[in-house]
Design a binder for this molecule. Structure first.
Ligand code: HEM
Length: 217
C-alpha cells in the first residue's frame, strides 16, 4: 500500500524510471559488446548467440526482467509526461527551457521511436518475420542480409542515434533523480553520460555502416 502511494508521487515515478532505465542501459551496453563480435567473423558471432541459449530458463528470466523494465519505464514516462502537460495546458509564449537542450526535449518522442524500433528489431532479427531471408541459428547471415537493405540500415542508424540522445539525457537525469546534483559532480555527470552515449552510438551504428560499405560480408 505504501509502495503504491509512493509510486503515485512524481518522485516515485521518476525513481521507477531511473531504476528500470539503468537496467536497460546496462543491457544495451552488453548487447552492443556482443554484437561487435560480428567483426570477429561468422563463427564467433554464431557461437556467442548459441552460448546465450545454453540455459533457456536463464534466458527467459532475463527476457522477462527486460520486458518488465520496458513496460514500467514507458508507463511511468507516459504518466509523468501527461502530468506535466496537464499542469501546463498552454504553451509559454516564449519557451524558457531549464537545462533544456535537444536531448531533454526529445525524451518523450525519441523514447517512443526507440520503443517502436525495438518491436521492429525483434520481428526482424529475433523472430525473423520482418526479414528478407531469415535463417534460424545463423545470426551472422541474418544481420548481414538484413542490413544490406539500405532502408532497414537507415532506420537502424536513425533509431540508434535517437537511442544515444535518450541515453545521454537519461543518464544525466539519473544522477539528478538520485540526488547527485551538485556543481562538484556536474562535469563528471556530463562526461560519463556523453561517453556512454557515444560508445553505444558508434558501436551500434558501425554495424549497418560496415555492411553497407561491404567491409562485413
Ligand atoms: C545495430 C545495432 C543492433 C544489432 C546489430 C542487433 C542485433 C541483434 C540480434 C542479431 C539479435 C538476435 C540475437 C539472437 O537471436 O541470438 C538481437 C536481439 C535483441 N536486440 Fe538487438 N541489435 C542492435 C541494437 C539493439 C538495440 C539498440 C536494442 C535496444 C534498445 C536491442 C535490443 C534487442 C533485444 C531486446 C533483443 C532480444 C534478445 C532476446 O531476448 O533474445 N538491440 N539484436
Amino acid at each position: 500500500m505504501r509502495l503504491f502511494s509512493f509510486y503515485s508521487t512524481t518522485v516515485g515515478k521518476k525513481l521507477v524510471m531511473a531504476v528500470t532505465g539503468l537496467v536497460l542501459a546496462i543491457f544495451v551496453l552488453g548487447h552492443m559488446a556482443g554484437n561487435l563480435q560480428i567483426y570477429l567473423g561468422a563463427e564467433q558471432l554464431n557461437r556467442y548467440a548459441q552460448l546465450l541459449r545454453v540455459s533457456m530458463p536463464l534466458l527467459w528470466t532475463v527476457r522477462l526482467v527486460l520486458l518488465a523494465c520496458v513496460v514500467l519505464h514507458i508507463v511511468a514516462a507516459v504518466q509523468v509526461t501527461l502530468q506535466n502537460w496537464r499542469s501546463r495546458p498552454q504553451k509559454y509564449a516564449v519557451a524558457a527551457y531549464q537545462e533544456a537542450d535537444i536531448a531533454s526535449r526529445s525524451m518523450f518522442w525519441g523514447g517512443l521511436v526507440v520503443a517502436a524500433f525495438v518491436v521492429y528489431h525483434l520481428l526482424h532479427l529475433t523472430l525473423g518475420t520482418a526479414h528478407v531471408d531469415f535463417r534460424p541459428h545463423d545470426v551472422y547471415h541474418n544481420v548481414v542480409a538484413g542490413f544490406r537493405v539500405p532502408l532497414v540500415s537507415a532506420f537502424y542508424i536513425v533509431a540508434n542515434l535517437l537511442l544515444a540522445l535518450h541515453l545521454y539525457h537519461g543518464l544525466w537525469s539519473w544522477f539528478q533523480t538520485l540526488g547527485f546534483s551538485h556543481p562538484k559532480y556536474n562535469r563528471a555527470r556530463r562526461v560519463f553520460a556523453t561517453v556512454y552515449a557515444v560508445v553505444i552510438a558508434v558501436g551500434n551504428v558501425s554495424i549497418p555502416v560496415s555492411v553497407l560499405a561491404g567491409w562485413v560480408k
